[in-house]
Design a protein around this ligand. Structure first.
Ligand code: ADP
Length: 705
């Protein structure tokens, strides 16, 4: 630059220019020939022409010589423009390709004029700003990326917000139809498809049934609704078998799929011009509750908002459908149950524990209480409590509990089965009922109330009472003449043994009179026992006895009496001389055993064998017990009659009607055995004989030594 700036004033300027990081060069304005440049400019030239040293500009060459490269051509154009216009040129961040790399330069051309305003020189300044530009570009890229991520997050947030709104509008729906309408509303409102169809699975999981659909009024599509889609043979695009389809299906463009032969071009959806298509199976806890098909007139993005909202809402749709289905079936069951309860002849009441009001009553209850049904419901229990005096509560000499007391006990948590209860009716009359009562617990195990079921047994009880009165009179009236007959018979029999010579017929007659009157006494005794049981007066006189002695003695007595049968005694698991101590009513147990042996004799042919057995069950874990049995080879019992054989007055079909009997013996035997804490049961085959078994708890077993 020294040739240009000879003066001393420019001496410092020259030094400054030489060391400035900005490249400075001076060109002749007339021919654009390079005249001078500083070392920074030199650095630029070295870099730029590193791969093409033959083109390198040197002092004396013009910029026109650079025209080998697009960048250089452009630079040459700029020089020419400044040369022609005399206007300075300034371009910040002008890109230059330096080898493979791209660099950026602040580029400036400044024309210099002489006193006559003639352009003499053009000064070029170049400043390498590549690093700043790259840093800025990087920052911009980072900003763009962060914008993209924040856009994504925003779109996710919007999707979640939509899904939340969808879930909210399903929350309170309980009917399948309402749920379906809410689903359709949520989808059509938020993602604007051209058509949505919702299906629910049928109860036996064989097909999808159409519930409801929505078609966008501005849509051109004309797809008609499918009413029934069998699980196995579906015509839905891309769904070969519904039960195997667990994931949603999204097809961005059905038309394109048809062109690529992924779907039949004749398919109804393709023909209807549908583009975007979604099929969403709605699974909840391994059960397919239904499905959704969503159609669009435009293509959809399988990762776009529509697909994400649908995918995210699936679980809510499925659980809403499942909940509605369960609610439906619970309501249905409830209404069946209610219909059954309403129709039952038994009276049923439900009393709430919170306030003691009657929350349910059937017609039977209204009838028994003597009120209209609507007058009972929602009213406190005590409104219907007709006061009962001690007299009202007494029946046949017994005290009967008022029904409200039984309800109160249930409200305190007690379960009561088949208890007699007195009901005072609105008209002032009384009814005897058989009542069962139980507390009702809610899900949290807190008592909500109590249910009482009762039936009017007044008529039965009155008849029973009359019968009992009759029995006790009959017993009294019959016993006296029978005792007299038996007394005289015994006198005559004694006389016959002493002096009087009676003929055989008379002796036979006397024996028959004695046997029959004994039989009659036995029968009256049994009748009396039944009426004692009914009046809760049947008691046992229990003492400690040796069961083995009782059995062997009873057996021996029966063996002597049974003239036409062979009786055999079996003792199992009993050591000689052992004492089987039991706390028993000896007399009643003897009667029971006699009864069983008597039946075995009565219901088997003469000459057959009867086995009487006793066995001890010694189990270290449990108390010892005695098992006894009476086995015959007689007529047996039909299997359908076995469950009734211990019922009062029950006689089997195969009994010869000429055989005497009332069907009360077994009932009494069972009563006696169970009151001793034992069990009674029978094994029998019709025509092949029967074995009656009984068990009795043993208090102790003492060895005979
Ligand atoms: P009854 O013998 O007076 O009829 P029970 O109460 O003793 O009354 O017996 C009831 C019914 O059980 C009998 O009528 C008979 O049908 C049947 N039954 C009882 N014992 C036997 C038996 N050993 N074999 C076949 N049937 C029997």
């Amino acid at each position: 630059m020294s040739s240009l700036m000879n003066s001393k004033a420019y001496h410092y300027a020259e030094t400054l220019l030489e060391h400035t990081p900005v490249g400075v060069a001076i060109f002749g304005a007339h021919d654009l020939r390079l005249l001078e440049f500083n070392s920074s400019y030199q650095g630029f030239l070295d870099n730029y022409f590193a791969t093409r040293p033959e083109h390198k500009i040197v002092v004396g060459k013009t910029v026109l010589d650079w025209a080998f490269h697009s960048d250089s051509t452009r630079v040459m154009e700029i020089f020419k423009e400044v040369q022609a216009s005399g206007q300075p040129y300034r371009n910040e961040e002008l890109p230059f390709h330096v080898g493979e790399d791209l660099s950026y330069w602040d580029f400036m051309l400044q024309p210099i004029f002489d006193d006559t305003h003639k352009m003499t020189h053009i000064v070029q300044t170049l400043n390498d700003v590549t690093k700043q530009v790259q840093a800025r570009q990087q920052a911009e890229r980072a900003r763009a990326e962060s914008q993209r991520v924040s856009n994504l997050a925003e779109s996710d947030r919007q999707c979640i917000a939509i899904i939340e709104r969808v879930a909210r509008c399903l929350r309170d729906s309980l009917e399948i139809d309402t749920v379906a309408h809410n689903i359709i509303y949520a989808i059509s409102h938020h993602i604007r498809p051209s058509k949505v169809c919702i299906f629910s699975s049928d109860s036996n999981q064989r097909a999808l049934r159409h519930v409801c659909a929505y078609t966008d009024p501005v849509s051109k599509q004309t797809v008609s609704d499918l009413e029934y889609i069998p699980f196995e043979h579906t015509d839905l695009p891309f769904v070969p078998s519904i039960l195997q389809q667990h994931e949603p299906i999204f097809v961005s463009n059905l038309q394109q799929a048809a062109t690529q032969r992924q779907i039949d071009p004749q398919h109804v959806l393709v023909q209807a011009g549908i583009q975007g298509y979604a099929f969403l199976p709605l699974w909840h806890s391994n059960r397919l509750e239904g499905a959704l098909s969503v159609l669009f007139d435009t293509p959809i993005d399988p990762d776009g908002t529509e697909a994400r909202v649908l995918r995210g809402s699936c679980a809510y749709f499925a659980s809403a459908l499942a909940y509605a289905r369960q609610h439906n079936s619970a309501t249905r069951e409830q209404s069946y149950l209610r219909a059954v309860l309403d129709q039952l002849p038994e009276a049923i009441l439900i009393v709430e524990s919170a306030d003691g009001t009657i929350s349910y009553a059937n017609e039977g209850a209204a009838h028994i209480l003597g009120y209209e049904l609507q007058d009972i419901l929602k009213q406190p229990l005590h409104h219907y409590r007709t006061p009962l005096t001690e007299d009202d509560l007494s029946f046949g000499g017994r005290h009967i509990t008022p029904w409200t007391v039984i309800v109160s006990r249930a409200l305190c948590g007690e379960t009561i089965k088949g208890k007699e209860a007195m009901v005072g009716r609105s008209c002032g009359s009384h009814l005897i009922t058989l009542a069962s009562c139980a507390p009702l617990y809610g899900e949290d195990n807190i008592m909500n109330g109590a249910v009482i079921v009762f039936q009017d047994v007044t008529a039965q009880k009155t008849i029973e009472q009359h019968k009992n009165e009759f029995f006790s009179i009959a017993n009294h009236e019959l016993r006296t003449p029978i005792t007299v007959i038996q007394g005289f018979t015994e006198i005559l029999q004694l006389k016959s043994q002493q002096s009087y010579q009676f003929d055989t017929l008379t002796l036979y007659a006397l024996r028959s009179i004695s046997e029959q009157s004994e039989q009659l006494t036995h029968l009256i005794e049994e009748m009396m026992d039944i009426s004692r049981i009914e009046q809760f007066r049947f008691t046992l006189q229990r003492q400690s006895h040796n069961l083995l002695t009782l059995f062997t003695h009873t057996f021996e007595a029966q063996q002597v009496a049974a003239r036409q049968h062979t009786l055999k005694l079996i003792l199992n698991n009993i050591q000689p001389g052992e004492h089987l101590l039991a706390f028993i009513d000896e007399e009643r147990l003897r009667q029971a055993l006699n009864n069983l042996v008597g039946n075995a004799i009565k219901y088997s042919s003469p000459g057959s064998q009867i086995e009487v057995g006793l066995r001890v069950q010694r189990d270290t874990e449990q108390e010892p017990e005695a098992i006894f049995w009476v086995k015959d080879e007689g007529i047996g019992i039909a299997s359908d009659e076995i469950p009734h054989i211990f019922d009062r007055f029950y006689r089997a079909r195969n009994v010869d009607q000429s055989q005497s009997g009332f069907g009360i013996g077994l009932y009494l035997v069972k009563e006696v055995v169970t009151r001793h804490g034992g069990r009674l049961w029978v094994e029998s085959k019709e025509g092949q004989g029967s074995t009656f078994y009984g068990s009795l708890p043993l208090a102790a077993i003492q060895s005979g030594t």
